[in-house]
Design a protein around this ligand. Structure first.
Ligand code: GLU
Length: 530
């Protein structure tokens, strides 16, 4: 354990003796929840459960102009599918309700006013056009404009206007914003539980807008106020929020809440499979895999994006895959249930560097969970897929078919594509193999098998196999020459699950029928050659 780890443990230990761990996942419903967001939710969930703490879902919808219809439901549905049930949320309620920021508007105003009254914030009346002009003038001189302690005294705000002027503007309902007043040039230092010591200089932080004249807070004010009021002990969020943290710390200080400030942790980015650049929403279907947990239809453009659920991933496989995109238990074990993960998860094992997205691994996890799935787990999923076909299959046969095919499919829905022959006659044959193996002798063997099985009353795979082997031996033919043809007769393929078990599944009548019609097909195709 290095010093940093030791330090962290001390922090964890002392914190936990005082307070119950409370973490929150705080998405903004400005679009469909991205897989990176689901990973943030997962790590928050696991961290909370590890310490018997609370996992809170808070909807941060203060930027009403960017809200996307359906995005909020998408968050609820996604978390539900993954199995991360929040302890408190807009749907579940809880002691710190409401959990949707648009329902908490008056609360933020109170705190903005507290900051104004204590001189930690000020009104600013600069119009967007004025600010744009100033920005352009700065640019023309090769400088970047920042609204801060160096520029604010030349701007239109309550620090430069007289009290009467300010009151007059407010009475006239002129548009204003409330900005945090940041003074001094010291460094703001904090210990990120993943990244270690992080340092920013105050001069890098601008006097951020906290509240607008319509009473709506910005993300920063609402986020800090809610984390404080909801007694959040640890903020675990994406790396893109790291630059906002110094401002949040200054806000905690300005509001007099420094003692109750949560610990911060910033998760590494999810990178494209190439490792070059952030895995973006646009990458999804272009790279051939979903970047959303569930499929999504853009309400404006109608554009559809695929989702892991609809692609056929089992949620347990998806979650097991996702946890490894930026974390590692430090052992060889790869298969973990959510419950097991919550036992061993720790932020110390979260990587600092970005995680290269590896979809092949997701398929591997799905195959694993598919192969271990119990009847109860898999049957409802199979029945759901069966509805998309016009086949009538009993539950018992559906399960039998699945157990025949499960080692050869990556997704349960492939039972109905790769295993189609179990439900209907083959609609194609593997002619490449058939042509290589075909010989008139083989046609005679197939005919004999047809005849022998037609009178076989013991329809068991061991018996059918013995019948087959005997016949092939009698003809002094190699099993490897006949088997692919018999398999083509029953399945249309040259490889697959145990053929005699397939024959048992199909039943005597169907098996005989398929062999007969295959012999006919071969007769027609090869007669002219021999
Ligand atoms: N609302 C922010 C988001 O959409 C939350 C960031 C945070 O967790 O503080 O990601």
């Amino acid at each position: 354990m290095n010093n940093l780890d030791l330090g962290k443990n001390v922090i964890f230990a002392s914190k936990f003796m005082e307070k119950k761990v409370r973490v929150r996942f705080a998405p903004s419903p400005t679009g469909p929840l991205h897989i990176g967001g689901v990973r943030t939710a997962l790590y928050n969930y696991l961290f909370a459960k590890h310490y018997n703490g609370d996992f809170i879902l808070r909807i941060e919808d203060t930027d009403q102009t960017r809200l996307v219809p359906g995005a909020e439901e998408f968050i609820y549905d996604s978390l539900k599918w993954c199995g991360f049930e929040p302890d408190e949320s807009p749907l579940h309620g809880g002691p710190y309700a409401p959990y949707k920021q648009s329902d908490r508007k008056p609360i933020y105003k109170t705190y903005a006013e507290q900051l104004l009254n204590s001189g930690k914030a000020y009104y600013a009346f600069d119009t967007p056009e004025e600010l744009e002009n100033i920005r352009k003038n700065f640019e023309a001189e090769g400088k970047t404009f920042i609204y801060n302690q160096e520029t604010r005294l030349n701007l239109n705000n309550s620090l430069t206007l007289s009290n009467e002027e300010v009151q007059k503007k407010l009475q006239n309902h002129e548009n204003y914003v409330i900005r945090l007043k940041i003074d001094g040039n010291e460094d703001i230092e904090f210990q990120d539980l993943i990244r270690g010591d992080v340092k920013f200089n105050k001069l890098q932080v601008d006097d951020k807008v906290l509240l607008k004249s319509d009473g709506m807070p910005t993300y920063h004010l609402a986020n800090v106020v809610d984390d404080f009021l909801m007694k959040i002990t640890h903020v675990i969020r994406g790396e893109e929020w790291l630059p906002s943290t110094p401002l949040h710390i200054l806000l905690y200080q300005a509001l007099g809440w420094e003692e109750d400030m949560p610990k911060f942790s910033h998760l590494p980015l999810l990178l494209k499979p190439s490792g070059k650049g952030k895995l973006s929403k646009r990458d999804g279907d272009q790279l051939g895999f979903p970047v959303f947990p569930l499929s999504w239809k853009d309400p404006k453009t109608g554009e559809k994006s695929s989702g892991y659920r609809e692609e056929g991933y089992l949620p347990e496989a998806f979650v097991n895959f996702l946890v490894f995109q930026g974390w590692n238990p430090g052992t060889e074990q790869e298969i973990f249930s959510l419950q097991e993960l919550s036992k061993i998860f720790s932020l110390e094992k979260v990587h600092k560097a970005g995680a290269k997205f590896d979809i092949k691994k997701a398929v591997w996890f799905n195959e694993h969970y598919l192969r271990c799935a119990s009847h109860e787990r898999i049957l409802p999923l199979l029945k759901e897929e069966l509805k998309k076909t016009d086949w009538l299959v009993s539950d018992e046969n559906l399960l039998k078919a699945f157990f025949l095919m499960k080692n050869r499919i990556s997704f349960h829905k492939e039972l109905f594509t790769k295993g189609k022959f179990l439900f209907q006659e083959p609609d194609h044959f593997d002619w490449n193999t058939i042509e290589k193996k075909f010989h008139p002798n083989i046609l005679s063997i197939l005919t004999k098998i047809h005849d022998k099985w037609s009178i076989q009353n013991e329809w068991k795979s061991e018996i059918l196999e013995i019948d087959f082997k005997e016949l092939v031996e009698n003809f002094q033919e190699k099993l490897g020459n006949v088997l692919p043809l018999l398999r083509n007769a029953l399945t249309g393929e040259s490889s697959g699950p145990n053929l005699f078990e397939i024959a048992v599944f199909l039943g005597k009548f169907e098996t005989i029928k398929r062999i007969f019609s295959f012999i006919e097909t071969l007769n027609q195709k090869f007669t002219y050659k021999y």
